[in-house]
Ligand binder design. Structure first.
Ligand code: GLU
Ligand code: ZN
Length: 279
């Protein structure tokens, strides 16, 4: 079997130690398996993506000795593919537009009869305020949500499970409905949400292995569901530990002190970086 993996950073900040670890793991595994390693920019959110971060990420990866196969994909050039996927979800009657503000969702989710609001891999579990059967053509420039309950029913899905390394992760249809809820698949000013775009990209690029941080493990349930609905193959998922700072806090984009560029400035070598992340 062909081994094909990718690294898909969002160019919204510098490459930090956590990204370096992710990229090196995927790159080295592709190499060990005689496979392919692709680089993709997860730049669907044009309000946050910046060209200079793309340049910086490319420069830092190259410095680390990471090389990729083929051109670097940009989601910016792929809105047609996302639109096609949305059209299929729409034709199946699984989408509805949502006009709720963040505040509306918070208030509805906080209603006393609802209990404590749940945060899932797509943020606050959507209380379903706008859920409706819609007819006509696929709306544009609006938030579109996927009716999760209807999707699971339509495809006869009782549970979603995946093997992550040696560990099985499973959620029942009830858990998916209550812990994840109706996710956003398109936004007002974005051709697709992160979840939809990444799933379409992975399918179009024929990715067989996904190696990424464990902060995305819960999102994998969403991605597998989208793959089932859209008729895409499900890759093998592997979620790695997160690199934390000295205080045990997870590294975020803002932690520029951990940026690879900073380490380079300080005269640290690629070997040192590998050692620092435990490779
Ligand atoms: N752009 C995402 C991130 O940096 C990665 C998404 C993925 O690998 O699936 O967290
Ligand atoms: Zn709504």
């Amino acid at each position: 079997m062909i081994f094909r993996t990718r690294f898909a950073p969002s160019p919204t900040g510098p490459l930090h130690l956590g990204h370096a670890y992710s990229a090196l793991l995927a790159h080295d595994q592709a190499r060990a398996n005689n496979g392919f390693f692709h680089l993709r920019m997860d730049d669907i959110d044009q309000s946050r993506a910046r060209a200079h971060w793309v340049d910086q990420i490319v420069e830092d990866l190259t410095w680390l000795g990471v090389t990729w196969y083929g051109p670097i994909w940009s989601q910016n050039a792929r809105s047609k593919q996302y639109r096609n996927a949305l059209q299929r979800l729409w034709d199946l009657g699984l989408l509805y537009s949502c006009t709720c503000t963040r505040k509306d969702i918070k208030e509805a989710a906080n209603a006393p009869q609802e209990g404590a609001p749940l945060i899932g891999p797509d943020g606050l579990v959507y209380p379903g305020t706008c859920r409706a059967e819609l007819f006509g053509s696929l709306p544009e420039h609006t938030v579109l949500r996927l009716n999760i309950y209807k999707s699971l029913k339509l495809f006869g899905i009782d549970e979603i499970s995946f093997l992550d390394g040696i560990q099985h992760h499973t959620k029942s249809a009830d858990q998916i409905t209550s812990e994840i809820g109706d996710i956003v698949v398109a936004r007002k000013d974005m051709a697709a949400s992160y979840h939809l775009s990444i799933v379409v990209d992975d399918a179009d690029q024929k990715i067989t292995q996904i190696i990424r941080g464990e902060d995305l493990r819960e999102a994998t349930f969403i991605h597998i569901l989208l793959q089932k609905i859209l008729g895409f193959a499900t890759p093998i998922y592997q979620h790695h530990r997160l690199i934390r700072d000295d205080a045990g806090k997870r590294l975020a984009k803002r932690d520029d002190a951990r940026a690879i560029a900073k380490y380079r400035e300080d005269g640290i070598s690629p070997m040192d970086v590998k050692r620092m992340v435990g490779l």
